[in-house]
Design a protein around this ligand. Structure first.
Ligand SMILES: [Zn+2]
Length: 362
């Protein structure tokens, strides 16, 4: 299955002689958009006209996302803080932080969040702090809240390189892209309408260093953690030591990990490797507040859940008992108070850890 559509959308296609399915679909769409009275005056030729197509396309676009002032974190690095940690009709899908680096050559944006509208807002905000052109986008992984804003950057510059691991782009093109588009429409009450699958187009891997004028961005990938293809992006020689970590670290948020995407065993190895390679950095997560303490917190979170689930599994306790044991740990009791959706997520996280422990103990 491919999301790369080669044919024009149905409202741009040439009219046919008879009342085809396309005509009926087009008329039904316009009826919903414009109302029946207006539609009665439209001829088939007008229905297929470019002006009408533009009107239809516009009406199918979710509302603009209001400005969110960028926060300056160091000499060249800013981030646009998301409203919440999960999508909702109120936040219009803006639940993922956007970071950007103003290099001497131009601006590099990272993870432009979950819709074309949010991407456009990010571009407005970038232009509010610099006149430099926007020259690149980096996507840390394949979850839609980290690449669905790419579309706005392509609108701005059709030749812009958008970097990720090759597998990330492939995952977006095969099934995951469409799932994420639908998921955001559902969770925002269609606020993200108009957002299309726009996968990264330039591929990077662990150890690569991207050079943009005076700035080097070092790419780190240490295996499966939140997804199999997570990237961390280090701003080399940044005075504050800034590293964009995607969702490898999250600030008081339990999400992802399901369907074989994430792994506690591999994730802990990744986090410990990051600690070895970049022990004293300032981490910008996709969700929540940036800081120095995120790595140690995430390691403790992963260890607490995995070790407790492992103990429970080895003692032949049930999954439910394992969840109760995880919830009873002092770390998780404190974590629960500051973590939205804790109650609905902790059981799922425990069960993933429990199943991994079961396999490891077999
Ligand atoms: Zn995310």
């Amino acid at each position: 299955m491919t999301q790369q559509k080669t044919t024009a959308p149905f409202w741009r296609q040439a009219p046919t002689q008879h009342d085809s399915l396309e005509d009926r679909v087009r008329r039904d769409l316009l009826k919903r958009l414009l109302g029946t009275a207006v539609l009665a005056t439209l001829t088939p030729e007008l229905l297929a006209s470019p002006a009408m197509a533009d009107a239809a396309a516009k009406a199918l676009m979710g509302p603009a996302v209001p400005d969110v002032k960028p926060v300056k974190l160091s000499d060249k690095v800013y981030y646009i803080p998301a409203h919440d940690k999960f999508p909702s009709p109120q936040n219009l899908g803006f639940f993922t932080n956007i970071m950007f680096v103003v290099t001497s050559k131009g601006v590099v944006a990272m993870d432009p969040s979950a819709s074309v509208q949010i991407g456009r807002m990010a571009i407005r905000m970038i232009k509010s702090v610099t006149d430099k052109p926007i020259i690149a986008v980096i996507n840390t992984h394949y979850h839609g809240d980290h690449w669905m804003g790419n579309q706005a950057f392509i609108e701005e510059n059709p030749n812009i390189p958008m970097y990720s691991m090759k597998e990330t782009a492939e995952s977006i093109q095969h099934v995951l892209g469409e799932e994420w588009i639908k998921m955001l429409l559902r969770t925002t009450d269609n606020a993200t309408e108009g957002t299309k699958i726009t996968p990264p187009n330039t591929f990077i891997k662990d150890g690569d260093v991207l050079e943009f004028g005076d700035t080097k961005l070092k790419i780190h990938h240490y295996g499966q953690c939140h997804t199999p293809y997570d990237l961390l992006v280090e701003v080399v020689d940044d005075p504050k030591g800034i590293v964009h970590v995607g969702d490898v670290m999250m600030d008081h948020r339990l999400a992802g990990m399901g369907d074989g995407e994430g792994s506690f065993i591999h994730g802990l190895a990744v986090l410990k490797k990051v600690k070895e390679v970049m022990p004293n950095k300032f981490f910008i997560p996709g969700h929540g507040v940036p800081g120095n303490n995120l790595l140690d917190e995430e390691i403790t979170l992963f260890e607490t859940i995995y070790n407790t689930a492992n103990t429970a599994q080895a003692a032949n306790k049930s999954m439910g008992e394992a969840t109760d044991m995880v919830k009873a740990t002092p770390f998780m009791q404190a974590y629960s108070k500051t973590t939205p959706d804790y109650e609905s997520s902790v059981g799922k996280w425990t069960s993933i850890a429990y199943l991994e422990a079961q396999q490891a103990n077999f």
